[in-house]
Every structure is written in structure tokens, then in C-alpha cells.
Write a protein that binds this ligand. Structure first.
Ligand code: AMP
Ligand code: MG
Length: 349
């Protein structure tokens, strides 16, 4: 199938393109579209056959549930069995935005969309193109990240095309995304709300609105004995083709260690990539060095992470050494993605 890539610069000016995309969704087809977190691969969430197409196009395991995207808060109650009191509070504080809430589903939502679960993940994205597409189609769009399963999530329309060209009829190109890592997921079916995936909305921000929140023990880096509650978090996600190793510690020691390891690998004929920061870029002597941005700007680090992993894939490096980025606010979310991409290979210096 031919994949049409449509640039959207303005939802009013490009209303006809959004209408065409909405028509594809209504007819049970797939459209990739930008959100503020990463690009999504959308289908009508209430149509079982449409949801199944998402799994096929991505090569996604069928037990890994999809997030349902809505454009107005009232629609949440239409697919939930009941709304917990926190839902309205979180909507008022963070929607539209990078927060996904898990609630009990009702019969309108097919099990194909929820990977067989009795709960459903719901989010209202903060992106004009995403909101227009949801509004103009069916109001409920199931959308995981628009990548082939196991590859880094797409933060540009080009990344979507790399993975899904020929497999879906349309990609809406809204330019680079703003945040660059997936939404925070909070499970509201627990007595104490539980974070199943860290993201831009931090535990502190959630606590300020709904009181106590817990972190799923299954996603805490050092704890590999427990199974994460979000099925998708158990897969080796976000993986670059090369072996990725994180080096953690004091800056000067990290640089020294990466330089030593790189020199060793280069001697053995290996092609090495290094993820540095602007501050440390010129301290690396060998290897292909890409800066993720200024260490002081954690938003930029999140924005560039997946793009860099894809760049190293394109360069066919054998090995990637990365500095670690446990930055103050969203460092937990960034490190969660990096640690998974690295299969938890960390060298502490
Ligand atoms: P993605 O859309 O690719 O960012 O992946 C969606 C994530 O949400 C995966 O990690 C899923 O396992 C998780 N998820 C979606 N629905 C549920 C649910 N009902 N219960 C727990 N986790 C969910
Ligand atoms: Mg994904």
C-alpha cells in the first residue's frame, strides 16, 4: 500500500487533509499523527478490527494494551465503568497533556483495544492536530507509539515513515514533537493511585493534586524481580540495534571511562557511538560523538533521546556508550527509557 505523508501546518488551513485522515479512521483504517509526547499510530478505538490492524502494522504483542485518546473530558465517562474521583481533578490539572489514566472499562471498549484487560488507558493529548483528528473522526482513537515494536519511539514524521512506510495509508506530519518521551501512566483502579510508567508529569506533580501516589515496584530500575503492571513495560522496548551501555558517576570519571572503553573497542575494529552533552562533547577523543543537548536543559535531553538512538542505528554502530541523565525533574522518566534501551547495562565509576 502507498503511504501518503501530509504536512499539516495549520489545522484550519489544512482542514481538508484532516478530514481525509478522519475518514480513514472512521472506515477502520490507520493514520499516524503527531502528539506532544511522540507520534501515535491511530485507529478507531471502539472498532475491534481497526485495533487489530495496529498490532499487525507494529508487530506488537497482542497482550500489550493500547491507550485510547479523547478530545473532551466528557467522553471519558462514555468508555469507563465508573469514574474515580481523581479523574476530574487530574483532568483539570493536566489535560490536555502527557498523562494517561487507567480506569475500569465498559462494554463499548473491545478487548482487542485493551489487550484482553478489563481496564482501559485514556489520555487527552495536547496537540492541535491530534485533537482535530480525534474530534473529526470517532472521538476515540487507540494509539500506541507509531514505531515498529522494539524500535525507539518516533519523534519526527520521518521516523514513522522509516518504520511504517508501505504498511499504513497516511502519516500526518506536524513537525518535531515537543516532549519526546511517552506519557506518564497512572493507574486509578488501585486504592492508592499507582504510577505504571514515569513521564513528564512527575509523582510530585500528581501528589499535589490527588494526594498519595505509589510507584509500581516493577519499574524501579534496580528491582528486576517484580513484574511491571503495565504489560508494555516488560518488553525490551526502545532498543537501538547496537549494544548500549550507560556510564554513571562524576563527570570527569565518566569521560575518562568512556574514552578508555571506546579506545579498546576501536582497536578491536568496532564502530562506537557516544552520547555526550554539550558540556562534554569535545572531551571525547574517538568514536562518533552526538550531543544530546545541554545537561542543564532536561527538556531538550528528553526531546533528543530517541532521535539519537535512531541516528546511531542509521550509522550502524556496534556499541553505544552514554552518559547518564538522572536530572532533577524528569530524569526518572529519561533514565527509565535509557535503562530499558540499555537492557540495564550500567557501569558505575
Ligand atoms: P504506548 O502506547 O506504545 O506508549 O504503550 C502504551 C503503554 O500503556 C504500554 O506500556 C501498555 O502496557 C500500557 N497500558 C495501556 N493500557 C493499559 C492498561 N489497561 N493497564 C495497564 N497498562 C496499560
Ligand atoms: Mg510504544
Amino acid at each position: 500500500m502507498e503511504t501518503k505523508i501530509e504536512k499539516i501546518t495549520d489545522i484550519t488551513q489544512d482542514a481538508d487533509k484532516i478530514q481525509t485522515a478522519a475518514e480513514i479512521i472512521r472506515a477502520g483504517g490507520l493514520v499516524a499523527f503527531p502528539t506532544e509526547t511522540v507520534y501515535g499510530l491511530g485507529a478507531d478505538a471502539l472498532n475491534a478490527k481497526a485495533s487489530e490492524k495496529i498490532y499487525a502494522a507494529k508487530g506488537r504483542p497482542s497482550d500489550n494494551p493500547l491507550i485510547v485518546h479523547i478530545a473532551k473530558f466528557e467522553d471519558m465517562a462514555k468508555i469507563a465503568k465508573k469514574l474515580p474521583p481523581q479523574a476530574k481533578l487530574l483532568n483539570d490539572a493536566f489535560w490536555p497533556g502527557p498523562l494517561t489514566m487507567i480506569v475500569e472499562k465498559n462494554d463499548k471498549v473491545p478487548y482487542e483495544t485493551t489487550g484482553g484487560m478489563d481496564t482501559v488507558a485514556i489520555r487527552m493529548p495536547n496537540h492541535p492536530v491530534a485533537l482535530a483528528l480525534i474530534r473529526e473522526s470517532t472521538g476515540f482513537i487507540a494509539a500506541p507509539s507509531a514505531n515498529t515494536s522494539g524500535r525507539p519511539s518516533p519523534t519526527l514524521a520521518d521516523h514513522v515513515a522509516e518504520d511504517l512506510d508501505g504498511k499504513i495509508p497516511m502519516i500526518l506530519d506536524g513537525g518535531p514533537v515537543g516532549i519526546g518521551i511517552e506519557s506518564t501512566i497512572v493507574d486509578l483502579t488501585e486504592d492508592v493511585p499507582m504510577i505504571l510508567r514515569p513521564g513528564y508529569i512527575t509523582p510530585e506533580m500528581l501528589s499535589e493534586v490527588i494526594g498519595e501516589v505509589k510507584m509500581d515496584p516493577g519499574i524501579i530500575a534496580s528491582d528486576s524481580t517484580k513484574k511491571p503492571k503495565a504489560p508494555g513495560m516488560k518488553y525490551k522496548h526502545y532498543a537501538p540495534k547496537a549494544d548500549l551501555v550507560l556510564v554513571d558517576g562524576e563527570e570527569a570519571k565518566v569521560i575518562e571511562k568512556i574514552n578508555t572503553l571506546t579506545a579498546e573497542a576501536v582497536t578491536k575494529g568496532k564502530k562506537v557511538g557516544i552520547i555526550s552533552t554539550d558540556e562534554t562533547f569535545s572531551a571525547y577523543k574517538e568514536g562518533h560523538v552526538i550531543s544530546i543537548g545541554a545537561r542543564s536543559n532536561e527538556d531538550v535531553i528528553a526531546q533528543h533521546l530517541y532521535k539519537i538512538l535512531r541516528e546511531f542505528d542509521d550509522m550502524d554502530v556496534d556499541l553505544i556508550y552514554s552518559e547518564s541523565f538522572a536530572t532533577p525533574r524528569i530524569g526518572q522518566a529519561i533514565m527509565n527509557r535509557l535503562l530499558k534501551a540499555a537492557g540495564h547495562q550500567v557501569i558505575s565509576v
